[in-house]
Design a protein. Sequence first.
Length: 441
Amino acid sequence: FGASRMPRRLESRGPRHLVLWSAAEGMSSWLHVVAEALQLCRHLNTSLVEPCVAPDGKLSCYGGIAPPRMLLRPPWLALGEIIDLRRLAAHFGVPVTPARTFWRDKARLTLRGGIALCLQGPPFSNFCAGKARQVPLLPRGPITSAYPWKPEALAQAAQGRAVVVVVYMARNGLAISERRAAHAALRTLRYTADMWQRAALLAQRLRGGGSTGAPLLSASAVTDKNIRSWVEQSWPRYTAVQWRHEGSSVSATSCARTMLQLADGWGCTKGAPCVLVSDIMGSAAPRHRSHQGGFGQGAQLVSEKMALRALLSSRRFVKAEMVLAKAGDWAAISTAPGPGGTALLNSSSATLLAVVDKLLAAAATNLVTCHESCGAASTCAPCCRGPWDVARAKGGGVAGAVVAPSLIVREVVAMRRRLGDGTGRWTQLCWSTNGSRAANG
């Protein structure tokens, strides 16, 4: 899927920049949106303005940019501070305009001549109108909406405009063949050295140690080979257990009991607890709330809290929030030097946890997860998001509908396959290997 095989760009007059104002769902989903937005940039022959990441971990510039100064203010982050966006964009042959440069220097000149696009279905028209009103300086008017989008129609709508503002974009808005090409580009995705370094600091805290004492991973060294070598030399050895509960209708407390029964087989002991990587939120300092884990409401939320309490109180599991809640630890991790010596993650704990959880799982000596290949008969299937559950338990789900496999699980397994050659790390694809498939990382 090299850039030479991507679809031909459409020639259009006018748009020089595409602004992705907001996108759907959590980090694994909006990374797919970013890849699709780059595909759209290629069609429209525009640059991509570096998207913003909000403190809650969502892809959104709302609240992070406001007149008159139009500066990206903390704790909002530019996406390039989390992933190597230029590397991903280069796959599509699309230039990237830095967020701070665009909003500070170019927004006043371009947004007044911009057009708002909503790449979602008609039921979202009012929602998209509200999103459009959030964009400073953007003219009020009709919103072009399309899902799935047709490049020719969008190019015609954007002709003569200075900038295209995608006020909202949902994943899978492309034709299937183009969607596959865009998503395949995510194989080139790499997280920044700064994120890896923060994950290393947190891994040491979770294992009861201090700073790694190892040299920092330099920005120019973020390759699979270099990360693999750095992890082997600098990181503590531990087992991570991944539990993605969103989308499951099974009681979280029941799932926790299953995990405790399997803990010995995973090597989770009181002397060497496993690192729990889960969307269920643990305790965190009040100023640093983590992402809304599990998405439970009412009785389900109570069940999730009880489940997490049971796992952590067993002392067989530890979780990132346990470390971040301790006085001093958060400061040490959040103020680690970023680009230009700045502290990127001062209060963006949701963003920190979403990224660090992935990297903690990817770099673990051993990982136990629940991959879609496990099948409905596996031990973990009822407890985890995957193609087994018939409806979302949080409400609003359609009876008989199939919940999509967890993108974060897929991503972590793919990262471990890239990093795991020759290191002896092991990936167990199902909580129980009895009658299920396990694969070397």
